[in-house]
Design a protein around this ligand. Structure first.
Ligand code: KG4
Length: 339
């Protein structure tokens, strides 16, 4: 049966509301970014994020309905990110979702933000039957993990970061060189003009788990390197740093795909926008005879369309909640059955 779901995403610094039909047809996906508010601090300031979500949520809701040319009465369910993320930021979205679901008397669907980054890869037009099971690499500002995805709600975490997320390392390295925020896209641009062969930064190996990550040592190595120099070319440091990050991500992800004997790798999260990462994954995929996918336009970084999309499958599986739903700032990726 056809279902139209409105989803709210407010876990970090984007207020997003989207309306999606049957898990894939995006009718609207409005994203209000707070980058300008946080950039002078070099990172997301939780208090500022909460206030900005409060201010943005109603206008974003209206814009999303207008773009879809629908009204709230056309919705079959309301979905919301309930974790992981910043507690105050999540609360704004969850409170709004609860009010909407209760006043419209329709189901409330709680969605895990990490899981939806995987799902974003399955909202493209060219999805194949053989794309599931897959190995998914989620690389964002808050998370870096490798997951064996057997189906929606059926996951095995193969490894995750022991310290910084990859996006966080990009942001921190950019801050060290006073390049601005968020650092990922800036370093991505600069690296294209740099020479990565000038410095080989360390790539962490985690003894007890070949699929786990660590980026704090790399970040410190970059800091010591630039502190030890009188002048340096930011483009070269950016290129060398990026080569180390991308190298580790490619290596571990393809090892994981081999171990699980899957034919498809799905990369999601804000860092999936990185041009070098896309090139390196594509090249290696061709070499290994595997298929690699990235989310479509507007679906890599935080957005509510991926929340509404995944919510469709949760609704069909009966994974709904009532108004007692609470936020969970450190919600892990876990199998369905426990809401
Ligand atoms: O998925 P996302 O929007 O938010 C989280 O859930 O964290 O990801 C934001 C992260 C930031 O750390 C940002 O620097 C990084 O994604 N990012 C990039 C690029 N674009 C965004 N990192 C590397 N290269 C990019 N082109």
């Amino acid at each position: 049966m056809s279902k139209t779901i409105l989803a709210i995403e407010s876990s970090c610094d984007e207020t997003s509301i989207s309306i999606v039909k049957d898990g894939v047809h995006i009718l609207s996906n409005v994203i209000a970014s707070q980058i300008d508010l946080h950039s002078r601090f070099g990172g997301v300031v939780p208090e500022i994020a909460c206030r900005a979500h409060e201010e943005a949520i109603l206008p974003v809701l209206q814009e999303s309905l207008d773009k879809a040319q629908l009204t709230l009465q056309d919705m079959d369910a309301i979905a919301v990110t309930y974790g992981p993320g910043l507690i105050g930021a999540l609360l704004v979205g969850v409170s709004a979702a609860k009010s909407l679901a209760q006043s419209l008397d329709i189901p409330l669907i709680p969605v895990n933000h990490i899981e939806s980054h995987v799902y974003a890869n399955f909202m493209r037009d060219d999805v194949l039957d053989t794309d599931m099971p897959c190995v998914s690499l989620i690389v964002s500002g808050g998370n870096t993990l490798l997951v064996y995805v057997k189906g929606w709600g059926d996951y095995e975490i193969m490894g995750q970061t022991r310290d910084d997320a990859a996006g966080e390392a990009y942001d921190k390295v950019a801050k060290m060189m006073n390049l601005g925020y968020p650092g990922g896209p800036i370093i991505d641009q600069l690296a294209q003009k740099g020479d990565a062969s000038l410095k080989k930064f360390p790539r962490a190996r985690i003894k007890d788990n070949p699929y786990a990550f660590s980026f704090s040592g790399l970040k410190t190595a970059v800091l010591y390197y630039i502190e030890g120099l009188e002048t340096y070319k930011v483009e070269d440091v950016a290129a060398s740093f990026q080569e180390a990050v991308v190298g580790v991500l490619v290596d571990k992800t393809f090892k994981a795909a081999k171990a699980k004997q899957v034919s498809h790798i799905a990369v999601g999260g804000g860092v999936a926008l990185n041009s070098e990462l896309r090139k390196a994954f594509q090249a290696k995929a061709e070499e290994e005879g595997l298929r690699v996918s990235f989310p479509g336009k507007g679906l890599s970084a935080d957005n509510a369309a991926m929340i509404a999309g995944l919510a469709y499958h949760r609704l069909l599986a009966g994974q709904v909640s009532d108004v007692s739903l609470d936020v969970d700032p450190s919600l892990p990726l876990r199998n369905w059955g426990t809401v």
